[in-house]
Design a protein around this ligand. Structure first.
Ligand code: UDX
Length: 424
């Protein structure tokens, strides 16, 4: 089939590249000429493992354009994969979605618009209405939310736990299901509103688990239990399962913070106060700041100290810093009068006032009063901690991801603390 993908961000590029890999002809359209130009040159504007190779492999079947007419020419399917960032009110900003819908030209055959962007429940109805108003009744609408995580997006797309398809017309749903031929996964067929809610509810469930384990971690700290053991012990219960039970310094990224706010406002707009979700968001905000308390306890005061932050990306294997706990930590530390030295193997801190980015972990630690492990980059597991301890002014080490072995770090001389594990 021929697919037009609107939006060349993380979601659009992964969607386009994966459909090309499944044998479809794909045109990716974006409004940013620079982005399209670099994609045509074979340069991938984002860091996503496996995406380069996939775009390379599918280059015969992939084209990039800024022109709507070129994208739609001969297309059977129009995927919408544009950004839906939060507005001041916390609602999702759908202006980019409306731009795509309003730009769609009238064509003399049936095409199906498929929503991949994360949108509030009810968006499908509104789009349907807008299309009908323009008498574009021959344009179908399907919700096909994405569940891909950054860093594993290609694998998540090609080997998903499930494919969710919500359609107004069965035939349109079937068409979208056929598009995925070659992917071995259960398909959940639903009405449009339920498909939209599945996406928001799945994210909310995952965030709830993270805030839950973070609160358990905080109680572990107060009572002398070890959250890593506790997570192992509860995760083996088949009803609970082991994933998303890693305690740490809170969730960030382009999806969770934005989507939790959008769901909260969606509920509020309908007159419902979503108490549990509010608590999940608040716990996460506090969790990001708890490390400041730990540092103050160890250093007495932060003014005049140098703190090394190890990691800037909101999680490993991405250069994405959106809503990263590192940004909150850096901001708080600078406000308290500390200097921040930051290391990340991929993400850059351009434009972060008061933050010096260094090229190696050893450079970050040398002369520092404390170090905080913020992102669990694999290279930190292999780092030569023994050699670096004596280079610090004070060997205070806060492991914000419970990545390293507490006993070993203490044996090496660090004043080591983590999240939800008994302090030394
Ligand atoms: C998430 C969802 O996983 C994905 O299905 C959705 O489509 C988009 O949002 P992503 O934001 O890329 O994907 O990353 P994910 O791996 O889910 O991690 C999100 C955040 O939660 C990260 O900051 C991570 O560090 C944190 N996290 C995750 C924890 O703190 N503990 C955990 O146990 C798991």
């Amino acid at each position: 089939m021929k697919i037009a993908v609107f939006g060349a961000g993380y979601v659009g590029l992964v969607t386009g590249a994966c459909f090309a890999d499944l044998g479809h002809d794909v045109v990716v359209r974006d409004i940013l000429p620079d982005r399209i130009e670099s994609l045509r040159r074979g340069e991938v504007p984002i860091y996503e493992p496996g995406l380069d190779e996939l775009l390379q492999r599918g280059r015969e079947r992939l084209t990039f354009t800024t022109e709507v007419a070129q994208a739609i020419d001969g297309a059977d399917i129009v995927y919408v994969a544009v950004g839906t960032p939060p507005t001041y009110s916390g609602d999702a900003d759908l202006s980019a979605v409306w731009m795509v819908i309003d730009e769609l030209p009238r064509v003399d055959r049936r095409i199906v618009v498929v929503m991949k962007s994360t949108v509030p429940v009810g968006t499908g109805e509104k789009v349907r209405h807008r299309l009908d108003e323009r008498r574009m009744t021959d344009v179908g609408y399907v919700s096909n939310p994405e569940f891909t995580a950054e860093g594993t997006a290609v694998r998540d797309f090609l080997h998903p736990d499930r494919i969710v398809i919500g359609a107004f017309e069965d035939a349109d749903g079937e068409l979208v299901e056929r598009l995925h031929a070659g992917i071995d996964a259960p398909v959940v067929r639903a009405d449009v509103a339920s498909a939209e809610m599945i996406k928001l509810a799945a994210n909310a469930a995952l965030m709830t688990r993270i805030s839950f384990i973070n609160e358990i971690a905080n109680v572990c700290e107060a009572t002398g239990a070890d959250v890593v053991k506790v997570a192992e012990g509860i995760g083996l219960d088949r009803r609970i399962g082991p994933s998303f039970l890693r305690a740490g310094i809170g969730f960030g990224g382009s999806c969770f913070p934005k989507d939790s706010l959008a769901l909260k406002q969606l509920a509020a707009n309908s007159g419902y106060h979503f108490q549990l979700l509010n608590a999940v968001i608040e716990v996460n905000e506090l969790q990001k700041r708890r490390v400041i308390g730990k540092l103050t306890e160890r250093l007495d005061r932060l003014r005049g100290t140098t703190v090394a932050l190890l990691g800037l990306a909101f999680k490993p294997d991405t250069d994405d810093t959106r809503e990263s706990p590192a940004l909150v930590l850096a901001g708080r530390l600078i406000a308290e009068g500390a200097s921040v030295r930051l290391w990340d193997p991929v993400a850059t801190a351009d434009g972060l006032p008061g933050v010096t980015q260094v090229k190696s972990v050893s450079e970050a630690l040398a002369g520092a009063d404390a170090a905080v492990l913020v992102t669990e980059w694999p290279e930190l597991r292999e780092a030569d901690w023994a050699a670096m301890c004596s280079t610090m002014r004070r060997p205070v080490f806060i492991d914000g991801r419970n990545m390293l072995d507490p006993a070993e770090m203490r044996r090496l001389g660090y004043v080591y603390d983590a999240i939800g594990r008994a302090a030394s």
